[in-house]
Design a protein around this ligand. Structure first.
Ligand code: 8X3
Length: 251
């Protein structure tokens, strides 16, 4: 069994994936911006008796991403799966009221970070002759919503990239999957609004997905037999109908 790379593993879906893949015996290569969180993750994972390689990486920084991949110790090869999880949303204003710095952070993390990481890891996967790239898309990549402008565009880019990658990688034995969640209660809304109270309201009277629910879907995709590729999974809470409508909207 080879190892699994997870970007943005310090919290939310990334952290839940780390726990699930560790539980099933995979060695882990993880990164995030918050090193203290990574250290505590590595401590929590000790119980599973797996190897963990972790490093502080800002996915917006091309040099740091490439150095991270280069520094993966030989003992962690082969790399079976790359989970491109790191991503964020900032703001929910109409485009003309939005912050250009926020746009830059979303575009540089959600799109460019995925590109840097995927390019570097594909060199290794092509050499190994197998691998699996799992991108975290979003329901927002399928349907835009008011104020979602740049965030939705970054996730639509991931949807497009996932399809294109599958074509680039035909005959390489490297699978490409996109897992696209709807409402998941993580730090997502807190980061988007920079406001805890406003973030809480997003999930009021709704039972949102947990990070663990999404991690289970990712784990399922990653553990299919080698001839099976799951192209895309949209996963939402039962109470959410699409990107703009949930149970609350009917009341
Ligand atoms: C997160 C889902 O609907 O809040 O990507 O944009 S949504």
């Amino acid at each position: 069994m080879g190892s699994v790379i997870i970007t943005g593993a310090s919290s939310g879906i990334g952290r839940a994936c780390a726990e699930l893949f560790a539980k099933s015996g995979h060695d882990l290569i993880v990164n995030a911006r918050r090193i203290d969180r990574l250290e505590s993750l590595a401590r929590d994972l000790q119980q599973y008796k797996i190897k963990v390689f972790f490093k502080q990486v800002d996915m917006m920084n091309r040099k740091e991403v490439l150095e991270f991949v280069k520094s993966i110790p030989q003992a962690f090869h082969p790399i079976d799966v790359l989970i491109n999880n790191a991503g964020l949303s900032r703001g929910l204003e109409p485009l003309d009221k939005g912050s250009i710095d926020d746009w830059q952070e979303m575009i540089d993390t959600n799109i460019k970070g995925v590109l840097y990481m995927t390019k570097a890891v594909l060199t290794i996967m092509r050499f190994q002759g197998h691998g699996h790239i799992i991108n975290l898309g979003s329901i927002a990549g399928h349907e835009s919503y008011p104020g979602g402008n740049v965030y939705c565009a970054t996730k639509a880019a991931i949807k497009s990239l996932t399809k294109s990658l599958r074509m680039d990688l035909i005959r390489t034995n490297i699978r490409v999957t996109s897992v696209d969640p709807g409402m998941v209660e993580t730090e997502f809304s807190e980061v988007r609004f920079r406001d805890k109270e406003r973030a809480k309201k997003v999930y009021q009277n709704i039972r949102p997905l947990t990070a663990g629910d999404v991690a289970e879907v990712i784990h399922f995709c990653a553990t299919r037999p080698p001839h099976v590729n799951i192209e895309d999974v949209i996963v939402t809470p039962t109470q959410q109908v699409n990107a703009m409508m949930n149970d609350r909207d009917y009341k």
